[in-house]
Design a protein around this ligand. Structure first.
Ligand code: PA5
Length: 464
């Protein structure tokens, strides 16, 4: 059985034909990705990591979990970009919407908090206030070990933790995930003897969720990382088998459709989920595609929305606005399952005589999920009729297994999509420009001259 289904039924036939013509090229690129002979081939270790090193990771992570000598009921992840978006996407997708009400963090069910991606005094202020009620464990994740935002966040939390637990015991509550040898976080880890795992070589941040970068925090917070990896592994195996036989795959087809839309000047991809739990999965998807593809003046702009909520805001633009976008819908056949002790029940619209005046009796007895299905169909048809094509990606259950499969599916389709455009999917040279300016403006000594020039420029532009 396929873990993921793909359909382009809401795409005009001429565009479907163009995409199909690209499938053979997509297949060749997928083979080059598998063989590491594609552009950026030295950063494709993630492709078979799940099948080769995944089980070792699970074992090592279990050991770490069992060796933690202190009680903890809150796992605080410090990281930015690929170092935290993946774990956050998985955790939020598999956590019930009102988890804090249904199952507040406890020693059996630790909570998971993410910081290190924005410089907000309010954020750290409220975090340390909130942490007073808990026994936190800090996981500091940075491949380079020197990114300013998470490194500053770590200082703030380290200071708080030392104040609370003392400079010796605090070391039992700090775990790092960073490069095996290089970077200041590795040096600090060695100096303090913190428990640590390695970001594997040949895997960039945004392709690292199925390595210790994502697996460690998820496991410590009680998520089923075995199921997550098994979904990814099964997809990998089926994909590898298909391309060896010269057959196309949904991940390749999705990548090819994206090229056709771009050629038709539909330059924005609106990625849509119908479940609020997938909000952070969309954020992960946005980073994956945006940072992999947006280079050399190319690439689709990745945007996201949750329907039906956003049909009441962006829906107007999608229907009637400038024709520059297409939609990709991610749905689950059974989205009602949830993690933890809270059992999902079928919730239907009740019959209430006293409210008959609302004229909604025609939906009485319908489960909300059935109404959601009609919302999907209604919006897809309306948008298609207005000239907005859309793709459908669907998975069986909203569970760890299918999220794992989806992660692998999107990583492969993203790499193939970028490679089809001649773009290296695995670097991010554009991120450096802001970083150098920021460090210069903040006064890093070796960037003194650059800082001086920048300040002059900023003043001449009327900014203080
Ligand atoms: O995908 C990427 O490579 C980036 O988003 C990085 O993950 C991000 O910049 C964080 O880098 P680091 O893990 O080195 O702190």
């Amino acid at each position: 059985m396929q873990a993921i289904n793909f359909s382009a039924r809401f795409v005009p036939i001429p565009m479907q034909k163009k995409a199909e013509n690209l499938f053979p090229q997509g297949l060749e690129i997928a083979k080059a990705l598998r063989d590491k002979t594609c552009l950026g081939g030295d950063m494709t270790h993630w492709f078979d990591y799940v099948v080769k090193e995944g089980s070792e990771d699970i074992e090592a992570i279990c050991k770490i979990k069992n060796s933690i000598q202190v009680p903890y009921d809150m796992v605080v992840v410090i990281g930015t970009g690929g170092s935290s978006l993946g774990a956050k996407a998985v955790a939020k997708s598999l956590t019930s919407s009102f988890d804090a009400l249904c199952q507040p963090p406890s020693l059996e069910h630790p909570g998971l908090a993410f910081v290190g991606d924005i410089m907000s005094e309010e954020c750290y202020g409220s975090l340390v206030t909130g942490l007073e009620k808990y026994f936190p464990l800090i996981i500091n994740i940075s491949k380079s070990g020197g990114t300013l935002e998470p490194a500053s966040g770590f200082r703030i939390l380290y200071d708080y933790m030392v104040g609370r637990f003392g400079s010796e015991d605090v070391n039992k509550r700090i775990i790092t995930v960073t490069d095996a040898k290089s970077g200041s976080l590795r040096q600090l880890t060695n100096t303090f003897g913190w428990t640590s795992q390695v970001v594997p070589d040949g895997i960039g941040g945004r392709y690292s969720v199925l390595t210790p970068v994502g697996l460690l925090p998820l496991a410590l917070a009680g998520f089923d990382i075995k199921a997550l990896l098994s979904g990814a592994r099964d997809y990998h195996d089926r994909f590898a088998e298909k391309i060896s036989k010269g057959q196309s795959d949904a991940a390749i087809e999705y990548a090819c459709y994206r090229q056709v839309f771009q050629a038709e000047k539909l330059n924005i991809e609106l990625f849509i989920a119908l479940d609020e739990r997938l909000k952070d999965f969309i954020e992960w998807w946005k980073q994956l595609f945006g940072e992999s593809e947006g280079k050399d003046g190319k690439g689709l702009f990745p945007a996201g929305a949750i329907y039906s909520r956003d049909l009441h805001s962006l829906g107007q633009y999608v229907q009637d606005g400038r024709k520059q976008l297409f939609e990709t819908f991610l749905t689950f056949e059974h989205a009602e399952k949830k993690r933890g002790s809270y059992e999902s029940v079928r919730i239907t619209v009740p019959k209430i005589e006293a409210l008959a005046g609302d004229k909604l009796d025609f939906v009485v007895g319908m489960p909300l999920s059935a109404i959601n299905e009609q919302i999907l169909k209604a919006s897809q048809v309306a948008h298609f009729d207005a000239g907005v094509p859309s793709l459908n990606i669907s998975a069986g259950e909203l569970d760890a297994y299918h999220i794992g499969a989806l992660i692998f599916f999107f990583e492969v389709s993203c790499a193939v999509s970028a490679l089809l455009q001649g773009v290296n999917p695995f670097d991010q040279p554009g991120v450096e420009a802001y970083k150098i300016n920021m460090l210069a403006l903040l006064g890093r000594p070796d960037l003194h001259e650059h800082g001086k020039n920048l300040r002059q420029k900023i003043t001449s532009m009327g900014m203080t």
